[in-house]
Design a protein around this ligand. Structure first.
Ligand SMILES: [Zn+2]
Length: 333
């Protein structure tokens, strides 16, 4: 293990296990950001998946650790209820609305009675529309066969986005996965339309990627999970003109009202991007709270329309003392 990692993990452990250093978290709340829980841990380990995907064993390990050190509370309790307990509070959030949240994450949440909030990109819910980064990433990874991979490589070449040699030629799986992660990151600069065209150039998958509305209602009926909007099309809100922004916010808001009994008054910015204009329009749609992706720990004094979160990866779920280290960094004045 790298020395730096060891130091962070040791510091994180000490932070939560000695009374004095934990004091900065008293009265604070930690909002964790997750995306997917896959069916197995091995496939979550690769670089192009690890930031957004964790496996069930790592997830359960994380839940047990959280229950040992925190009061696991619903997001709205963390944001609005007065602090009574001496223990710090944590709320789990999942972005996008992946089907595996119902299939793989929910049984573990239920078993451990840990509440969570899921933020839906509402155009995808109940449809076969695919998240571009998943479709492009897995097609290039070869998950849908060599021919589909080759077709997409040629398509990308044709639109002036050639796939890097490291992804094609690297000798080892981790190197190729790393190159793919970097390449997917570079594609984020493309327009929303261009990205959805890319997703369409990938093979159709047998099972939808996203939740459907029946699953949403089942999870909501459990009393353990609540839902909020994460855009409609997952377009980056800061890149939209006023009319598109309005349309995106209204569409996602209305879909939640139709699909849920009690949607959260919390917006979740796709990719975490927001600016003054976006925050004002979100507030105008009667969202007093909104989640970003800037790392940090919530205190009442933060801008409620730019709530900080701490991201969870396969690596940090497996080594939660690294999360404690990030909380420590985020809780420092
Ligand atoms: Zn997202």
């Amino acid at each position: 293990m790298a020395i730096k990692q060891l130091v962070k993990r040791s510091a994180g452990w000490l932070y939560l296990n000695t009374p004095r250093p934990a004091a900065p978290l008293r009265g604070a709340g930690v909002i964790l950001m997750l995306h997917r829980v896959l069916a197995d841990d091995t496939s979550a380990l690769l670089a192009h998946r690890t930031e957004l995907c964790i496996g069930p064993q790592a997830f359960e390990h994380l839940l047990r650790w959280l229950k040992r050190h925190f009061d696991c509370v619903p997001l709205m309790d963390l944001l609005t209820a007065p602090v009574r307990a001496a223990r710090p509070r944590v709320a789990l959030t999942f972005d996008d609305g992946w089907r595996d949240n119902a299939v793989n994450a929910f049984p573990l949440l239920q078993h451990h009675q840990v509440p969570a909030s899921i933020f839906l990109s509402t155009d995808f819910i109940g449809s076969r529309q695919c998240f571009w980064w998943e479709s492009v990433g897995e097609t290039l990874w070869g998950s849908f066969g060599a021919q589909a991979r080759q077709n997409l490589i040629e398509h990308l070449y044709g639109i002036g986005r050639p796939v890097p040699a490291a992804l094609l030629d690297s000798a080892t799986e981790p190197q190729r996965s790393q190159a793919l992660a970097q390449y997917l990151q570079s594609l984020k600069a493309m327009s929303a339309q261009g990205l959805s065209q890319l997703a369409e150039a990938c093979p159709a998958q047998g099972t939808p990627q996203a939740l459907d509305w029946q699953q949403v209602r089942q999870l909501e009926d459990s009393g353990l999970v609540r839902f909020g909007p994460h855009g409609a099309s997952h377009a980056i809100l800061t890149g939209l003109d006023d009319e598109q922004l309005e349309h995106e916010l209204r569409r996602s808001h209305e879909a939640l009202l139709r699909g849920c009994r009690q949607p959260l008054p919390v917006y979740c910015y796709p990719n975490g991007n927001h600016d003054t204009r976006v925050r004002e329009r979100v507030a105008a749609h009667r969202y007093p709270y909104a989640l970003g992706t800037r790392p940090g720990v919530w205190r009442g004094a933060h801008d409620p329309l730019a709530l900080p979160r701490i991201g969870v990866s396969q690596h940090t779920a497996h080594h939660p003392s690294l999360l404690a280290w990030r909380m420590y960094q985020g809780a420092r004045p």
